[in-house]
Design a protein around this ligand. Structure first.
Ligand SMILES: NC(=O)c1ccc[n+]([C@@H]2O[C@H](COP(=O)([O-])OP(=O)(O)OC[C@H]3O[C@@H](n4cnc5c(N)ncnc54)[C@H](O)[C@@H]3O)[C@@H](O)[C@H]2O)c1
Ligand SMILES: CC(C)[C@H](C(=O)O)[C@@H](O)C(=O)O
Ligand SMILES: [Mg+2]
Length: 352
């Protein structure tokens, strides 16, 4: 079977980590006899430099004609002074909106072998942590009305009931396949959008009587994540809260360089990207951890292509590599040997 994949390497460490993920996918193709066909297209800062546009039409077209998209990361200091609409990050937001990828699945799983890399006290994460953050991705303050007038600026947080319903259904369905517990995170003590969110999530919950639902305000949720992360199974939340909480959850697993994500719409199409950014501070130095991107590939095989055993194969190769003691700088403890991005990719490929 042929699978068409659009590849957006982006900026900073983007090309370094995507190259390793593609190596992994090519090895999977050989091993399982799948035909993965890659089309590289531009978005972000590199697209601005080469074409004058952060998201050339061709990129969007190729993504629409593909079965899935792999994205590294976009943005960097070089483009930080551009107006909002022209920035590299706007290309990512436009891709999510244009492709209707409203559901962002961000699993935060702590590998047992990395438990010493977690900055929390060992007893807090004893037995591991396994959370899925379900982040609404095409609404909220990111996409509401916005403008600047002189010394005044405004970003509106907007949600319709329909947008909340569809992400809530997604969260409950995921919870049904796990520990049957959804925590909905909002700021219903202050925000109108959050009050609509909470009411809607309560209504959707009636369709899933086997799933337990509780609500937390986002400030408390941020605190609970470091006090008792094991209380969570599935967290469902709006766009910006999910952005912030997923970075926080990532550090509990040891590093932001470990966390993958899938951005999904109504069909099997998806965009797969690590949750981290372009990490300009380490770009071009071979220091980036490619595991978040490699695990995003594993999510792609599962969610878009329905290839469960191939997906498991990648996850097992990552686990074996970590169990064998291989560490990029972000997950190395004092005195441990540090390997490069490419070395980590090669070892994972060999373990497949
Ligand atoms: N999906 C995306 O394209 C995306 C996501 C987040 C941020 N960004 C953009 O990236 C740029 C930098 O943002 P930031 O510094 O706030 O966040 P960042 O995630 O790029 O980096 C935060 C910290 O984590 C480290 N880090 C990130 N990924 C790593 C990896 N794979 N291995 C090891 N260490 C890693 C970085 O070195 C840095 O110290 C900005 O332009 C931002 O807008 C893009
Ligand atoms: C770069 C930025 C637009 C993006 C977001 O806020 O969604 C990033 O932080 C992420 O987590 O994917
Ligand atoms: Mg983010």
């Amino acid at each position: 079977m042929k699978y068409k994949i659009a590849v957006i390497k982006g900026d900073g460490i983007g090309p370094e980590i995507v190259d390793e993920a593609i190596k992994v996918l090519k090895k999977m193709g050989e091993k399982y006899n799948h035909n993965f066909e890659f089309t590289e297209v531009l978005a972000g800062g590199i697209a601005i430099d080469k074409t004058g546009k952060n998201l050339p039409e061709e990129t969007l077209q190729v993504c629409k004609e593909s079965d899935a998209v792999i994205l590294g990361a976009v943005g960097g200091p070089k483009w930080d002074s551009l107006p909002g609409n022209e920035r590299p990050e706007k290309a990512l937001l436009a891709l999510r909106k244009e492709l209707n990828l409203y559901s962002n699945i961000r699993p935060a799983v702590m590998f047992d072998i990395l438990k010493d890399t977690c900055p929390l006290k060992p007893e807090i994460v004893e037995g591991g942590m396994d959370i899925v953050i379900v982040r609404e991705l095409t609404g909220g303050i990111y996409f509401g009305k916005k403008f600047t007038e002189g010394n005044y600026a405004c970003d509106c947080m907007e949600y319709s009931k329909y947008e909340i319903e569809r992400i809530a259904h997604q969260a409950f369905k995921i919870a049904q396949s796990r520990n049957k517990h959804v925590t909905s995170v909002d700021k219903a003590n202050v925000l109108e959008t959050s009050r609509l969110w909470r009411k809607t999530v309560e209504e959707v919950a009636k369709d899933y009587p086997d799933v337990k639902l509780n609500h937390l305000y986002v400030d408390n949720a941020a605190m609970q994540l470091v006090v008792n992360p094991k209380q969570f199974d599935v967290i469902v939340t709006e766009n910006m809260f999910g952005d912030i909480l997923s970075d926080e959850a990532s550090m509990i697993t040891g590093s932001i360089g470990l966390l993958p994500s899938a951005s999904l719409g109504d069909n099997n199409f998806g965009m797969y990207e690590p949750i981290h950014g372009s990490a300009p501070d380490i770009a071009g130095q071979g220091k980036a951890n490619p595991i978040a991107t490699i695990l995003s590939i594993s999510m792609m095989l599962k969610y878009t292509f329905g290839l469960q055993s191939e997906s498991d194969c990648i996850e097992n190769a990552v686990k074996k590599t970590l169990s064998d003691g291989h560490r990029t700088a972000d997950i190395a403890r004092k005195g441990e040997k540090i390997i490069t991005t490419v070395e980590m990719g090669n070892i994972i490929v060999e373990s497949i």
